[in-house]
Ligand binder design. Sequence first.
Ligand code: AMP
Ligand code: MG
Length: 402
Amino acid sequence: MISVSEAIAIIKQQTPQLAPERVALEDALGRVLAEDVVADSDLPPFNRAQMDGYALRSCDVVNVPARLRVVGEAAAGSGWHRQMRAGEAVRIMTGAPVPEGADSVQQVEVTREMEDGSLVEIDKATSPGQFIIPRAREVKAGETVLLAGDRINAAMMAALASFGYAEVSVGARPRVAVLATGTELVAVNQKPGADQIRDSNSYSLGAYAALTGARVERLPLAGDDPELLRREIAQAAARSDALILSGGVSMGVYDFTKAALRSLDAEIFFERVSLRPGKPTVFARLGQTLVFGLPGNPVSVSVTFNLFARTALRAMQGAREAAMLEEHALLAREVKGAIERESYLPARLETNAEGQLLASPLKWGGSSDFVAFARATALINVPQGVKMLEAGAVVKIVRLPG
Ligand code: AMP
Ligand code: MG
C-alpha cells in the first residue's frame, strides 16, 4: 500500500495544467495568475506629498516660526509645475506631485495662512524628505510585482488595476463532475424511506471543489447498478477535467466503481492508500479526465478530497502554493493513532493566551460522524506506527478550506 505522500506525488505527476484564459479584472478574484505581473510605471509615478500642508525648502524653516510666500497650489491630479524658490511655499494636498525646488512638506496643522493666503507661517522645522514619497520608492517600472501561480487576492486586485491589467491571464477553471453512488441514497428534497439516507457527499464534494476554483456539476444519483454506473462515468468523464466519485470503492458485494473504471479501460494509478480514514481511495485516468474514487463515508470523502482531489484541482489551475501546507500546532488533548496507517483526524484550531496555535481533536462518533466533522477547521496528522500522541506534542496539521 502506498503512503499519503507517495499518492500525492503520483497525483501531481499525472495532473496536467489546463490552458490559461484571459478574464476581465473584475472576474479575476480567487483565480490563479498564469502570467507574471510587471509594473508599467513607477510607483509613485512622481514625488508624492504624503500630507496636506505646504511644500517648502527645509533650509527656509530652520528658525521658526518662519514666514514664506505662498506662490501656488498643488492638488492631487493637478500639480504646480514651476520652479519653487528660496522663501517660497506651495500649498499642497495629499497625493499631489511635490514641486521642483521643494525638499519637504510641512503638515497644515503646524502652519497658519496669513494676509489672504499670500503668506504662511510655519511653526515647525522640517527635515529634507519629510512627508514626501519619492518617485519609484515603492515599485520601479519594469519590476515583476506578482508571479504566475499566485492566487489573486483582494489586495492583488489593486496591484493589477494600478498597472493597467484590465484583462489578466489566469488558469482555466477545471470542469468537475461529482457523482455519488449508493442504492441507499435519496436526493436532498426527498424523505428517506426505511434503509435509506439522504445524499450528503454530493454537496460537501461540490462545495470543496468549488472552493478550489472549479466549475462544478452535480450529477443525478447513480445507485449501485454496474451497467448504469459505467455509462454515467463514461458520459461524465467526456465532459469534465476531473470526475469525483463517492462510494463503491470498498470490498463490498455492491462496490462497483473500480469494476466500472476497469471495464472502461481507465488507467488506475492507485486504489489503496495507507490512510485513516480513506484507505480505499482510487485515482485513475479515463481519456484525459482524472478520476477520484473516494470512499463513501462522509468524513472519508472530506478527508480524501482535501488530501488528494484538491491537490489536482489546484495544480490544473497552475497554482504554485502547496495544496497541503505543512503547518504545525500543539496538541490540546492526546490522540490515538492507527499504528498500521497514517491518520488525519478532525480538529479545531485556536490560539491560546501565549500566542500558540493549539489543535483540539474533535470529540466525535467516528469516521461516519459528519455532523461533528462540520466543526473541524483542520486535520491532525498522526504518523504511521504512532500509537498515541500526548497533549502538548507538536503535530503536523492540514487546514480545511471554507
Ligand atoms: P461505501 O463507500 O459505498 O461503502 O459507503 C460507505 C458509507 O458511506 C455507507 O454507510 C454509505 O451509506 C455512506 N455513504 C455513501 N455515499 C454517501 C453519500 N453520497 N452521502 C452520504 N452517505 C453516503
Ligand atoms: Mg456504497
